[in-house]
Design a protein around this ligand. Structure first.
Ligand code: ZN
Length: 330
């Protein structure tokens, strides 16, 4: 998915280009991504509206319009935003991945550094989703809280509210492994697959480690890594200043680098399944420790057959859904 650092960039780029512009035409592509929470159709609702705000909330992008209307996008895995100039829009057919397109009034094009051409069709914003897993909600502001997850988002990781004490509070009592914990949008808003891997690498924690078995020093490192990794990525993506639909990921340390040398120690990066997701990690920098296994003595009464401070074999028995590590290079 476009992840938080990508969305910070997209928020800025789309905000600069779209705020103050009026929608002159609107159309939808694949209806499976669209959730209309208002009467009428998409075009009737959007045409004539002026964009007042473009705002990231967790992993959602919220477009506010002057006529008491919001468009909220959860781009999920591969959803992306493409801005096209009037000429590009005319020359480019709608792809099958089109979720929606908004055409804008370009009278004031000088403000984006382009001379006014008096074009009959303006620049376009297209939302594309190859996997059709994203969702686009059109709603009255009073109803937007009904968008799934949106109103239940955990603490925004870039907000001052996300401090060490808050992180401690959120991590307390978690019974899951650290990678699914990082990706729980209702706890932390928002981390996806790529940055979960990068954060765990920076914190030198194996992705299967149980949150409850992290020491205070581990949690210190994890909290520090969340801040450091996300903010460094935001800076790097802003520095590159790529178009809104281009995901800049070539600077990452472990994600997408299976089989390649760890930038820190040279060991080949490996992949492991954690809760049905592939996690990339360095087996040397993020070693398997006892903390991968459930320490029943810290959680509660052991199940029948398991002893307190369970040995790996017993922990394996206690988690029948555990998958074996996928054989990787190296
Ligand atoms: Zn390493």
């Amino acid at each position: 998915m476009p992840e938080l650092p990508d969305l910070v960039h997209v928020e800025r780029v789309l905000g600069e280009r779209l705020i103050g512009r009026r929608v002159t035409a609107a159309r939808t592509g694949d209806p499976t991504v669209l959730r209309l929470m208002i009467p009428g159709d998409f075009a009737a609702a959007l045409v004539g509206q002026v964009v007042r705000s473009v705002e990231r909330r967790g992993h959602f992008m919220r477009f506010g319009f002057d006529g008491e209307l919001v468009l909220v996008v959860n781009a999920m895995l591969v959803g992306k935003y493409r801005l096209l100039s009037p000429d590009e829009a005319r020359a480019t057919k709608d792809p099958t991945a089109l979720g929606f397109a908004l055409v804008f009034d370009d009278e004031d094009r000088g403000r984006v550094g382009e001379p006014s051409q008096g074009s009959p069709t303006g620049s376009e914003l297209r939302y594309l989703d190859d996997k059709r897993m994203g969702k686009v909600y059109v709603a009255r502001p009073a109803d937007e809280a009904q968008v799934p997850v949106y109103n239940e988002l955990g603490v925004d990781l870039l907000s001052p509210a996300f401090d060490r004490a808050r992180f401690e509070q959120i991590a307390k009592g978690r019974r899951d492994q650290v990678r699914p914990f990082l990706m729980d949008k209702r706890a932390l808003a928002s981390i996806g697959n790529a940055y979960a891997d990068e954060i765990l690498f920076a914190a030198r924690i194996h992705p299967k480690t149980f949150v409850r078995s992290l020491s205070e020093q581990d949690r210190d490192r994890l909290f520090g890594a969340i801040n450091q990794v996300l903010r460094a990525a935001i800076d790097e993506i802003e520095r590159r200043d790529a178009p809104a639909d281009v995901k800049v990921r070539d600077f990452l340390s472990v994600r997408g680098r299976v089989g390649k040398p760890c930038p820190s120690c040279g060991t080949k990066i490996r992949e492991v399944r954690v809760n049905d997701w592939d996690a990339c990690f360095c087996p040397t920098c993020q070693p398997v420790t006892r903390s991968l296994f459930i320490d029943w003595s810290r959680i509660g009464p052991p199940p029948e057959g398991a002893t307190a401070g369970a040995a790996p074999a017993a922990a394996g028995k206690a988690r029948p859904r555990r998958r074996t590590r996928r054989a990787g290079p190296g």
